[in-house]
Design a protein around this ligand. Structure first.
Ligand SMILES: [Fe+2]
Ligand SMILES: [Fe+2]
Length: 358
């Protein structure tokens, strides 16, 4: 591993190509699933709704959006130090998760071609969008004299197996949380243009509409399968996935608080707003959502983030392996304890409020 001359704290695979960050539970993951089970899914009762969403994807509203206009064509060497590193980290994380979506959707499109042509077509559009998003972010990294070797990532990442139902829950949520993340940054920068130190942020308005449409497709897919939402077991899983997505989001926002502060965003307010809005939006798809107005809801989430920071500090310390092992256990238990406390907060019945939600 070598170090970059332009970005001395960045590890490289080869000159100009950034080494991927170490995989942890929190880095964007690469997924695979049971393609045969998806091929056997009966979507006939919901075909009209699915077709309507797919027509929106087919329209390709953003085909001319991802163009690097004049403002990108300049030298970015004046962005240095902490700011440069935090921004590269943001670009890499975003690029990896967009690319992970591309790989999953491309494979789904390929494997469902024969037996589910309608879904295969949809996944092809989704892959098209994610490839654009990842490519655009990778070009932004190139402005900082770095890039991600996406074919290296494809081959060397570990793939996590999720059954189709988990894929549908988590991808739905990650598209909708992605929408809220992008739109809130966009709105903030539009109101406070002095924080736009790089032109990427103004691309987020149309960009997040792609994520919104992707989420709508997964919502239609989810609602086409009553066994995924209309029973107590599904409701327990949905609460679990809402919780894990919100905990992961809180941990990553608090870990990267300096990035948000750098663009004038208050990390706590941003995190809370993203979670509240995503939770509210997901009431259109899920039978239950979490009660984010519970007085302890966000406090418990923050305890998870604080404990995670203690875990990171322990990992980076020069204590012996055995000490680290034993000191890790109570901290992990603490995270699980607070997650359990959130999980047990009485959820909100979304079916009952369906007519009133946005
Ligand atoms: Fe995307
Ligand atoms: Fe997406």
């Amino acid at each position: 591993m070598v170090r970059s001359l332009d970005n001395p704290q960045v590890e490289l695979l080869k000159p100009g190509v950034k080494a991927p960050v170490q995989e942890t539970l929190l880095t964007p993951r690469f997924y695979t699933t049971d393609f045969d089970a998806l091929a056997k899914m009966d979507i006939s009762a919901y075909e009209t709704e699915l077709r309507a969403v797919i027509d929106e994807l087919k329209a390709d509203y953003n085909r001319h959006h991802f163009v690097r206009d004049e403002e990108f064509k300049q030298n970015w060497d004046h962005i240095q130090g902490e700011k440069r590193l935090a921004f590269i980290d943001f670009l890499e994380r975003s690029c990896t998760s967009e690319f992970s979506g591309f790989l999953l959707f491309k494979e789904l499109s390929r494997r469902l071609k024969e037996k589910q042509p309608l879904l295969s077509e949809a996944f092809d559009y989704l892959a098209r969008d994610e490839a654009r998003h990842a490519g655009f972010l990778n070009k932004s990294m190139a402005d900082f004299n770095l890039s991600l070797d996406l074919s290296y990532l494809t081959k060397h990442r570990t793939y996590t197996f999720f059954p189709p139902s988990w894929i549908i829950y988590t991808v739905y949520l990650s598209e909708k949380i992605g929408y809220w993340r992008y739109i809130l940054v966009y709105k903030h920068i539009a109101k406070n243009p002095e924080f736009q130190f790089y032109p990427l942020f103004r691309k987020f308005e149309n960009w997040c509409q792609d994520e919104n449409r992707h989420g709508d497709f997964f919502k239609a897919l989810l609602r086409s399968q009553p066994q995924l939402w209309n029973n107590w077991r599904a409701r327990l899983w949905i609460r679990f996935f809402l919780l894990t997505v919100f905990v992961t989001h809180t941990i990553t926002v608090f870990e990267r608080a300096n990035f948000y502060e750098m663009i004038g965003i208050h990390p706590r307010k941003y995190n809370n707003q993203v979670i509240e809005e995503t939770n509210k939006t997901s009431a259109r798809a899920f039978p239950v959502i979490l009660n984010t107005s519970h007085p302890y809801f966000f406090w418990y989430l923050e305890q998870c983030a604080i404990t995670n920071q203690q875990l990171t500090a322990l990992k980076d310390s020069n204590k012996s392996g055995i000490t680290k092992f034993f000191q890790r256990i109570p901290l992990l238990m603490k995270v699980i304890w607070y997650m359990l406390k959130i999980y047990l907060i009485r959820p909100i019945n979304a079916e009952a409020i369906r007519e009133t939600v946005r």
